[in-house]
Design a protein around this ligand. Structure first.
Ligand code: AP5
Ligand code: ZN
Length: 214
């Protein structure tokens, strides 16, 4: 199964990707996590991406398309994958089509901007795995520690309120047009399009996703 998770920053893509990975046994391809790993490793790509990400802007289409193309060619993607944070612009979606990468489901997470701003303030992440928590809505078993490894959780550098607002503005300008893009694809019978209410509690969103993808 090939799935695109489409939604604003903080809409819950990474959280539900964790659930869907377990349920369907397909890997999560998070371009954000891949870029953060490159920053941590100090690669050239990481150096180039860091400043852009810290400012809440988008990394160039060219760079991202190359990264995803390489990742999708790996053997673990043979039976499907979850795209989290990609495509995020019309040129990225066009590049996927040109390369013949088809998807079965596009899932849009609907969450209002104000809800997102308050959610981001409580987000904590485990950088090595990409696991995501929220201090109130989805707390770890032990405060400040990852459930599986027990390692420290951190605050993402792009989660300060002014940066979140900038990321939201860019989402509306550059990523939201993908809603119409994929609705049209669905009308042509190329994929299924689902819009879900991302403001419900984490477990309810998971349940809804599980039902509609089963
Ligand atoms: P990326 O890492 O993709 O960030 P994003 O899209 O902005 O999305 P987030 O990871 O912030 O949110 P999410 O939807 O995964 O929400 P989460 O589940 O964590 O990208 C970062 C940067 O990398 C970009 O700004 C850009 O610079 C660059 N980049 C990445 N991809 C790119 C691309 N394709 N092209 C160009 N540049 C790219 O949830 C958020 C919080 O809410 C958590 O605390 C969670 O616990 C909580 N939560 C989740 N669901 C619920 C719920 N139902 N109820 C209550 N709380 C909830
Ligand atoms: Zn994410």
């Amino acid at each position: 199964m090939r799935i695109i998770l489409l939604g604003a920053p903080g809409a819950g893509k990474g959280t539900q990707a964790q659930f869907l990975m377990g349920k369907f046994g397909i890997p999560q391809i998070s371009t954000g996590d891949m870029l953060r790993a490159a920053i941590k490793a100090g690669t050239e790509l990481g150096l180039e991406a860091k400043k852009i990400m810290d400012e809440g802007k988008l990394v160039s289409d060219e760079l991202i398309i190359g990264l995803v193309k390489e990742r999708i060619a790996q053997p673990d993607c043979e039976n499907g994958f979850l795209l989290d944070g990609f495509p995020r612009t019309i040129p990225q979606a066009d590049a996927m089509q040109e390369q013949g990468i088809k998807v079965d489901h596009v899932i849009e997470f609907d969450v209002a901007d104000d809800v997102i701003v308050s959610r981001m303030a409580g987000r904590r992440v485990h950088p090595a795995s990409g696991r995501v928590y929220h201090i109130e809505h989805n707390p770890p078993k032990v405060e400040g520690k990852d459930d599986i490894t027990g390692e420290d959780l951190v605050v993402r550098p792009d989660d300060q309120e002014d940066t979140v607002r900038k990321r939201l503005a860019i989402y509306h300008e550059q990523t939201k047009p993908l809603v119409d893009y994929y609705r049209q694809q669905a009308e042509k019978g190329n994929c299924e399009y689902h819009k879900i209410d991302g403001t419900k509690p984490v477990e309810q969103v998971s349940e809804e996703l599980g039902n509609l993808l089963d």
